[in-house]
Design a binder for this molecule. Structure first.
Ligand code: NCD
Ligand code: ZN
Length: 345
C-alpha cells in the first residue's frame, strides 16, 4: 500500500478567492482541504471597511458547497484613509483577523495601497494596541530596484525600521521568497512571522523560462534563485513556529495570464496541501508538515487548532490541463502534469 499521512486539518493563512462566479469556481478547492483561510482583500474596489468585509464574508459563505465546513477569516485593506476607529471596529467584529499592507502599485489591485508609512501611523499604533496583525506584501515598488531584489530592499529600508518603531505590532511577512526574509524573521521579535507558499518551495526562477516563457509561473514576489528556495525549505522544515502555511493561491483567467502583459498569480488551491507534502517529502521532513500547516498559524493568530483530520497519500495523480473559471478557464499549477501526493479524505 502507498504511504499515507494523516494530519490535523490545515489552515491557509494567505488566500485569494476573488468574487462572484470566480469565487464559486475556486472556493470548493480550498474548502475541501482547509478549515479556515485568511482571505485577501484585494478586490476591485478593495475591502477597506468592516461593512465591506462583512458583506464579502457573507458572499463567501453563500458560495460554499453544501455540507462544507469552512470559515473565512476576513482582512481589511490598509489605505492612507484607514482610521484607528475602523481598526477598533474590525477587532470587535470577531470576524476580521488582520489588515493587509500593499505598497501602492506593487501587485494585482494594489493601487489603493500605502505610499507613505507616515500616513498610517495612528492606524498602526491602534493595531499594535489591539493585537490586530499587519500582513505585509514586502516589496519596494521603485522601478530603479531590480525586480529580484525588491523583497530584500523592502526589508532593509522599510520593514526593519517599522518593526523597531512598533515593537509589539504583530507582523506577518507574507509569501517570503528570499534568504534575506528568512534571516529577518529569525532575528525579529516573537511577534514577527512569515507565510511561505508551496510554489516558492517547489520552484526557482528557472521555472519562468523552462523551454520558453511560462506565464503560469509568474507571481509576485517573483520566483527567485535556487539558493533562496533552499533557504525557504530549510526554514519551514526547521520546526520554527514563525514560519507557517499561506498558499497565496491567486487565480486569474487563462487569457489574462497568457497575454502580452500577463498578470501575476499562481493557482495552487486545487492541490495545495499535496504540493506542500511534496516539498517537505523532498527533504525527508514529512514529520514537520503538520505543525507548519495546522498548528503554527493558528497559534500566531491566537485561534484554536483544528480538531478534525485529513489524510493524504503518496500516489501520483494527473492535474487537469484547465479548470472551469466562471465561463473562462483557469490553468492550475502542474496543469497536465503529475502531483506526487493526493488527498484521500
Ligand atoms: C496576487 C493576486 O493575484 O491577487 N498575485 C500574486 O502574484 N501573488 C497578489 C499578491 O498577493 O501579490
Ligand atoms: Zn497574495
Amino acid at each position: 500500500m502507498s504511504q499515507r499521512l494523516t494530519i490535523t486539518r490545515p489552515d491557509d493563512w494567505h488566500l485569494h478567492v476573488r468574487d462572484g462566479e470566480f469565487l464559486k469556481a475556486v472556493l470548493p478547492d480550498t474548502a475541501k482541504r482547509f478549515a479556515r483561510a485568511i482571505i485577501m482583500p484585494n478586490l476591485k474596489p478593495p475591502v477597506v471597511s468592516v461593512e465591506q468585509a462583512q458583506a464579502y464574508r457573507t458572499r463567501i459563505l453563500e458560495a460554499l458547497p453544501s455540507g462544507a465546513s469552512f470559515t473565512p477569516l476576513m482582512t481589511l485593506y490598509l489605505t492612507e484613509n484607514s482610521t484607528a476607529k475602523e481598526m477598533e471596529k474590525a477587532k470587535s467584529s470577531g470576524f476580521i483577523h488582520a489588515v493587509k499592507y500593499y505598497p501602492a502599485g506593487a501587485t494585482t489591485n494594489s493601487d489603493s495601497g500605502v505610499r507613505q508609512w507616515s500616513k498610517v501611523e495612528g492606524v498602526l499604533e491602534a493595531m499594535e494596541e489591539l493585537g490586530l496583525p499587519l500582513l505585509v506584501h514586502g516589496e519596494v515598488t521603485d522601478p530603479q530596484v531590480d525586480v529580484f531584489d525588491r523583497e530584500r530592499v523592502f526589508i532593509e529600508e522599510q520593514l526593519i525600521p517599522l518593526a523597531l518603531k512598533y515593537p509589539k505590532l504583530k507582523i506577518v511577512l507574507e509569501h517570503i521568497t528570499t534568504a534575506s526574509a528568512v534571516k529577518f524573521v529569525l532575528t525579529a521579535n516573537s511577534n514577527v512571522a512569515a507565510t511561505v507558499t508551496a510554489h516558492h518551495l517547489l520552484l526557482n526562477r528557472n521555472a519562468l523560462f523552462q523551454g520558453g516563457i511560462r506565464p503560469h509561473h509568474y507571481c509576485l514576489p517573483v520566483l527567485k534563485r535556487e539558493k533562496h528556495r533552499q533557504a525557504l525549505l530549510e526554514a519551514v522544515v526547521s520546526g520554527n513556529p514563525k514560519f507557517f502555511l499561506g498558499t497565496d493561491s491567486a487565480p486569474h483567467a487563462q487569457n489574462v495570464k497568457e497575454n502580452a502583459c500577463g498578470c501575476a498569480g499562481i493557482y495552487t488551491a486545487h492541490a495545495a496541501i499535496e504540493l506542500y507534502a511534496e516539498a517537505f517529502d523532498s527533504v525527508g521532513a514529512l514529520d514537520k508538515l503538520e505543525a507548519f500547516a495546522s498548528f503554527y498559524g493558528a497559534d500566531f493568530y491566537g485561534l484554536a487548532r483544528n480538531k478534525d483530520k485529513i489524510t493524504i497519500e503518496k500516489q501520483q495523480v494527473k492535474v487537469p490541463t484547465e479548470l472551469p473559471y466562471g465561463g473562462q478557464s483557469l490553468i492550475p499549477m502542474r496543469s497536465g502534469e503529475y502531483l506526487l501526493w493526493s488527498l484521500v479524505a
